[in-house]
Design a protein around this ligand. Structure first.
Ligand SMILES: [Zn+2]
Length: 308
């Protein structure tokens, strides 16, 4: 019914007009805040528009939705069945209060293994609130007289949305509301920076900063857990994830070349024991490493350790 996409000219808030006309004011407000949170978090940058319906992108969308919906209790009562933060947190064994989208996604991928649409459907059934068909059928037309009705947000945020709305008649589910970015990645990154700057400014003028939760950025917390609400153990695992990922990105090709050369010489291969030893030393985890094997296995799979 609603979604966000990023083009090289900036964000578009795509809304189904017929559905919107049947949506009560309070729910319109919560749904708009949900989409604005995706914008602030930069979720469209993670996925190309043509891949936005892939199982991977949808799984990340579910994880991001859970984290956003945690801050929007009125959206959780929507009759169309949105992602339930508590259910997803239970599914991955994290605390709903401190779960991040990246962690929930990584742990879900670890748990599900090879991802396909059937597995994803099962996940959606388990982690979404049940839809209420009776309420959906009984919906009545709601006021659409002026912009304050149509976009029930404070004036600056309302203006930001009104300038970017794109009405549609296509009906797509809430589970796919991040529609990704279209076109050249450099251009869309510039457009994202410009539009989020304006959005943050609008939120500040409306005194609504707290209503748009941000994802911790690299360098300001995502990599080292500083400034985030993770438990110390979660922060260590995420920091380890970043380090392994960086190591693999930088050294993957060098290690492959070295191993090929060692094989030719009949010598032992050293990889992949080294990064784990190195980085658990730099980022000590509490207790024996075997307690973290499951999380590390997921990180390794995500990073495709040894394959670049
Ligand atoms: Zn969403």
């Amino acid at each position: 019914m609603i979604g966000v996409k990023l083009t090289n000219k900036g964000y578009r808030v795509v809304i189904n007009l017929e559905e919107w006309a049947l949506t009560p004011r309070e729910l319109r407000r919560a749904m708009l805040l949900h989409e604005l949170a995706h914008v602030i978090r930069g979720d469209c940058l993670r996925v190309k528009a043509e891949d936005a319906t892939s199982a991977d992108a949808l799984l990340f969308n579910v994880a991001a939705d859970a984290v956003i919906n945690r801050t929007l209790p009125s959206l959780c009562k929507a009759p169309f069945g949105v992602v339930n933060p508590e259910a997803l947190a239970t599914e991955v064994g994290l605390s709903p209060a401190t779960m991040t989208a990246a962690m929930a996604y990584t742990l879900m991928k670890n748990k599900l293994g090879e991802l396909d649409k059937d597995k994803l459907q099962g996940v959606l059934q388990r982690v979404c609130f049940p839809a209420d068909e009776a309420v959906m059928q009984a919906r009545e037309p709601q006021p659409m007289e002026d912009l304050a009705d149509i976009f029930p947000l404070p004036i600056h945020l309302r203006t930001w949305v009104a300038q970017r709305v794109q009405w549609t008649t296509s009906s797509e589910s809430m589970a796919q509301d991040v529609k990704g970015h279209e076109g050249d990645e450099g251009d869309t990154a510039v457009a994202h920076a410009k539009d989020t700057k304006e959005l943050k400014e609008a939120a500040k003028q409306d005194n609504m900063q707290d209503a748009l939760p941000q994802t911790p950025q690299r360098g300001s917390g995502a990599g080292n857990g500083k400034g985030s609400a993770w438990t110390p153990n979660q922060a260590k695992i995420v920091a380890l994830c970043e380090r392994v990922r960086d190591f693999v990105r930088v050294n993957g090709e060098a290690v492959r070349q070295r191993n090929r050369s060692y094989r030719r010489q009949g010598r032992w291969m050293l990889y992949p024991s080294r990064p784990y030893t190195l980085y658990t030393h730099l980022c000590p985890l509490p207790g024996p490493l075997r307690l973290h094997v499951s999380a590390l296995g997921g990180l390794g799979r995500c990073c495709k350790v040894g394959q670049g």
